[in-house]
Ligand binder design. Structure first.
Ligand SMILES: NC(=O)C1=CN([C@@H]2O[C@H](COP(=O)(O)OP(=O)(O)OC[C@H]3O[C@@H](n4cnc5c(N)ncnc54)[C@H](O)[C@@H]3O)[C@@H](O)[C@H]2O)C=CC1
Ligand SMILES: O=C1[C@@H](O)[C@H](O)[C@@H](O)[C@H](O)[C@H]1O
Length: 341
């Protein structure tokens, strides 16, 4: 047990419980050392059956628990800033679920706090960068064979939205993944956002603007459009097509099993992200554990987390005003001068 990276998991809800299972059963080189959730029953149930785990209702107490050498933050977005700063104060490496910090001012405080330490401590949970299909698309675009990318057409559909999901969250929770993926795939910042609001689906909860059509402009003149529809009712579908000067490439159609029976064939559609991106989460957490044990920090960095929050914030303003909103990014500290991998 001594050689394993002891991880404190903050938040034992949907994602936290899945990451606890992953650290315990899938990933090598790590163990769950502490679990914290203000809901004591939830924390205890997520830690049940694991050896040598302390259970807390106070997240800070979990960081100071015996055996903790790293932190995985899976609490709701508004709790991330306090948790990240507490981890930084203890020089603990962190994997923080998206959104890093939902508001851009808070996200910038994280950039400044880490930059002041002079070294990276945090990896941000944009797991699509670890998905096999996204990685193939990235390699293809970086290889240059398709020429200059002109447009990305993206689809992001969920079966249904959780209780309390707001119209803004379609952008700052769901589309935050497309924001990061587009920045990473294109190697460009997103500079402006426009949001169109079709008549909401009758399947969406009363008052929720769902679906939305989000259009991003990039610094070198590419366009990225996203259909986000979080109460589609039928499946979890994430697609991305890159249209370039010399060809196009699309991912997301095939992540399924085809079942053939007499007279026909049926393609299964994943019902949620834990299924569609299962491999990506596994690779993400394994990469974090491996890098941490080597004394390194890799993957999406806090600048990526900040940029995603700033773009999403502009998107929420565009949703409210109906106009085009420019993205205003702070100067990028030298620590993040090289794009993260
Ligand atoms: N990468 C991805 O695809 C996904 C990421 N997420 C992200 O994961 C995070 C958690 O989301 P879910 O698990 O879906 O939410 P959830 O609501 O299922 O669970 C959150 C848990 O955190 C606990 N909590 C509240 N305040 C806390 C605090 N200060 N410290 C520790 N725990 C606290 C709650 O009691 C709850 O048990 C969010 O940031 C969300 O955006 C969620 C779904 C998918
Ligand atoms: O991160 C996620 C959720 O928070 C978000 O609400 C979903 O729309 C995304 O598909 C999922 O990956």
């Amino acid at each position: 047990m001594g050689d394993l990276l002891g991880v404190a998991v903050l938040g034992a809800g949907h994602m936290g419980a899945d990451h606890i299972r992953r650290l315990d059963q899938v990933v090598s080189g790590a163990r769950v050392a502490a679990v914290a959730d203000p809901d004591a029953e939830r924390a205890a149930s997520a830690a049940a059956g694991l050896d040598g785990v302390s259970v807390h209702t106070d997240p800070v107490a979990a960081l100071d628990a015996p055996g903790v050498a790293a932190v995985l933050i899976a609490s709701p977005g508004p709790a991330h800033e306090e948790a990240l700063l507490a981890a930084f104060a203890r020089r603990l490496p962190v994997l923080c679920e998206k959104p890093m910090v939902p508001d851009s001012a808070g996200a910038l405080r994280i950039v400044e706090a880490e930059a002041a330490l002079g070294r990276r401590l945090a990896q941000i949970g944009f797991m699509r960068r670890y998905d096999a299909q996204y990685r193939r698309l990235k390699a293809l675009l970086d290889g240059g064979g398709l020429g200059r990318p002109l447009m990305l057409h993206c689809t992001h559909r969920n079966v249904s939205s959780p209780v309390g999901f707001t119209s803004a969250m379609l952008i700052n929770s769901s589309v935050s993944h497309e924001i990061d993926a587009a920045r990473w795939l294109l190697g460009q910042e997103l500079t402006a956002v426009t949001v169109l609001r079709p008549t909401p689906s009758s399947g969406a909860p009363e008052g929720l603007l769902d679906p939305q059509f989000v259009l991003f402009e990039t610094e070198r003149g590419a366009l990225v459009d996203v259909e986000v529809f979080v109460n589609s009712g039928f499946g979890y579908q994430v697609r991305c097509e890159a249209v370039c000067e010399a060809g196009s490439a699309r991912i997301g159609d095939e992540h399924t099993m085809v079942v053939t029976t007499r007279g026909g064939a049926r393609k299964e559609v994943a019902q949620d992200y834990l299924v569609r991106f299962a491999d990506a989460y596994d690779r993400e957490v394994q990469a974090w554990v491996d890098a941490t044990r080597r004394g390194e920090v890799t993957g999406p960095d806090v600048w990526d987390g900040y940029a995603a929050s700033a773009v999403a914030e502009a998107g929420v303003r565009a949703l409210r005003t109906g106009g085009r909103v420019a993205v205003d990014l702070a100067p990028r500290p030298d620590l993040y001068a090289t794009a993260s991998r």
